[in-house]
Design a protein around this ligand. Sequence first.
Ligand code: CTP
Length: 397
Amino acid sequence: MSSLTNKRILLGVCGSISAYKSPDIVRRLQDFGAEVRVILTSGGANFITELSLQSISKNKVHSNIWDKEAELSMGHIELAKWADLILIAPASANTIAKIATGKASDLLTSVVLASKAKLILAPAMNQQMFNSSAVQENLKHLNTRQINIIQPDSGLQACGDIGVGRLPDSTDIANYVAKQFESTQLSGKNVLVTLGATVEAIDPVRFISNHSSGKMGMALVDSCVQMGARVTCVYGNIDVNLNVKAINIHAKSAIEMHASVMDVIDQQEIFIAVAAVSDYGVKNPSKQKIKKSGNNLILELTPNKDILSEVCKLDNKPLSIGFAAETQNTLENAKNKLKNKGCDAIILNDVSNTEIGFNKDENQVVFISQNLQENIAKNSKTNVAEKILKIFIKEFL
Ligand code: CTP
């Protein structure tokens, strides 16, 4: 996964000759895994067409705040809330001045005012304009408001001048954006995550398993990697792509998962048990396919080891987070699991709610520790994972 996976980037394109580079900026952001939507100002539309940006971004380009249909499908406030980050590249002197003075005279500046997302400006203009005291003072002022400015490159300009004002290379701009989401909060930490469903063989053909897709666990793996951790991922049956930056170990049954975890646990500082581990395995699974006989078939099940509990009993136990998949008395059951398993935090997942949890892209959970109970509102599993880790880091690291 790339560092902009699942990130929503709103690209503002203003009136500058370098607007012709904007489709390439969209592409480079997509290479990092971002979803990109574009706002094209009327000035920008003199240099690049909506159709080009729509074709590349694969989203309708937004341009007019008074467009009734556009406001119905995704209004400017929704657009402002949609964005994780707003990048204006190229940013013209005019748009820079409007943002510096808090104007909302077009769609782009209105969205900027209405959004809580981080804002990055990549100014591009004639070198004389860029060096003018008006532009420089506006940029200095924007800097004091924590708005990031990507310094333009120096060189030969479209107008024939030589100086500072060229839009940097698209890859450099995309890298700059990706860096905004990098964090070093788990830098150098070894983190082990279990995820997915275990599979308990009945015979060579049939098995007992569960609905876990591994999506929540993989979102945690991805977030830990992004925060700088060395991640080991012990996974069962999953329906998601592995993170190539993690050490990935496949474990089929609960017994295999237990063995794989115990093999590497003494190197770990953090253990996150997201796997839906089968509590029981089949005693003496048949080596041959069981033939139907017309009579009742009784399977004898034996309890599997509780991996999380076993880890929490170790002398050099890592900081441990468990998940509690519950359908009733959810808070009470989750708090009991926190206590009984001896972990540091437990994430309550109400799996009776069919809109979230198993196999869904969104989740809504409660972070519970000895001293804390915090609701994490319904959001993508990626964002829920980030929030879980942020709360955990704040409380325990
Ligand atoms: N877990 C584990 N090993 C098991 C069972 C569960 O490591 N054999 C971990 C899960 O990964 C999860 C937590 O324990 O982090 C709770 O799992 P859950 O299925 O909610 O609860 P159980 O302990 O299995 O209890 P019950 O099924 O009775 O609710």
